[in-house]
Write a protein that binds this ligand. Structure first.
Ligand code: SF4
Length: 337
């Protein structure tokens, strides 16, 4: 059997110094030093360093321009960065590029340039598809602009990513579910789900300090995510990321003032999904059971710090987990011993 192709994205962070927007949750426009755009040598070295660690066999490697609104840069600057990575593209070492940007920085001219340079995936920071949430977050674009940009990207033959945030001011559980559904119906191929964090030097920090904003609790964020994830899974929208990873992008641990941050946030969500499933096995204190799951699901089924296993230990005489590679996704079966 042919082994599965592994996907790698080499991230290149291009901060938006002096961004003209004022999104409530973002510290980019206040950056004056310390997060300058990397110089060409820095970018090249970073890519080379990553490439040294990536196996070439059965790998699909992309370069991702993240960190701001790539298509908000001047056309010359965009071309400059895209040109920088052409040697790797032409030699076939990388298969393409992806980038993140704002929905209102998308038009036919920009898309044509991106296509000519070999970009294949465009991720839009949609954040929410609720107009009130967008307005309160200071996004200065509407949900309709997200839908239109998404349609243009799809029509132009790109793979589309739509990122969403949970728990922005004015957001509710139902609005976040609606946003996920809207992302699906907009034709997204992939998504990232970020619970809102209060980051230092943002307007969100100001209103948080005034008591005018309450972030989601960690428990709520896990619950919202575990309700949203199955929607994306069912629609075959690939979830590239749930929650911010420590040191990811330009936000560092000590910049996070409040909010549902956890170093293993994704693991908590997967644990919660399995918890709901495993609790459906009827309790029988006299039974010893073995739960069979897909090998990739084993850690999630056992749960973060073994929490699901511990829960089942209270409901059964004995509990074991084993793998069965014929199972798909969160399928499972139980053997009574
Ligand atoms: S989220 Fe993007 S558009 Fe908004 S302020 Fe930050 S860099 Fe600018």
């Amino acid at each position: 059997m042919a082994s599965e192709i592994q996907h790698f994205t080499i991230p290149v962070f291009i901060p938006m110094q002096g961004c003209p927007h004022a999104c409530l949750f973002c510290d980019q426009r206040k950056i004056t030093s310390g997060n300058e755009a990397p110089d060409d040598i820095g970018i090249i070295k970073r890519i080379e360093k990553h490439l040294e660690t990536i196996p070439r066999h059965n790998s699909k490697i992309e370069i991702g321009f993240f960190g701001g609104s790539f298509t908000g840069l001047t056309i010359e600057r965009q071309k400059h960065y895209l040109n920088l990575v052409q040697p790797w593209l032409k030699s076939g070492i990388i298969s393409g590029m992806r980038l993140s940007t704002r929905p209102d920085y998308i038009n036919d001219e920009i898309l044509q340039i991106l296509k000519d340079f070999g970009v294949n995936t465009i991720e839009l920071g949609a954040q929410s598809l609720d107009d009130e949430v967008l307005q309160l977050a200071g996004r200065r674009h509407t949900s309709e602009q997200v839908r239109q940009a998404a349609a243009l990207i799809k029509r132009s033959g790109f793979s589309l990513g739509l990122q969403m945030m949970l728990g922005l001011p004015g957001d509710t559980f139902q609005k976040s579910i609606n946003t996920a559904k809207d992302i699906i119906s907009s034709g997204a191929d992939c998504t990232r789900i970020y619970p809102t964090l209060v980051v230092r030097n943002t307007d969100l920090e100001t209103i948080y300090n005034k008591g005018e904003y309450q972030p989601l609790t960690l428990g709520d964020a896990v619950e919202w995510c575990s309700s949203i994830m199955p929607l994306f899974e069912e629609a075959k929208v690939k979830i590239l990321r749930i929650g911010l990873h420590p040191g990811e992008g330009m936000i560092h641990g000590n910049d996070i003032i409040a909010g549902p941050f956890h170093v293993a946030f994704g693991e908590l969500v997967h644990t919660a999904l399995w918890k709901d499933i495993l609790l459906k096995i009827s309790e029988d204190l006299s039974a010893a059971i073995t739960v069979f799951v897909n090998p990739r699901q084993l850690n999630s089924a056992i749960g973060h710090k073994g929490s699901n296993k511990k829960l089942l230990q209270q409901r059964f005489r004995d509990i074991k987990f084993k793998v069965d590679k014929n199972l798909v996704g969160r399928e499972f079966y139980v053997d009574y011993r």
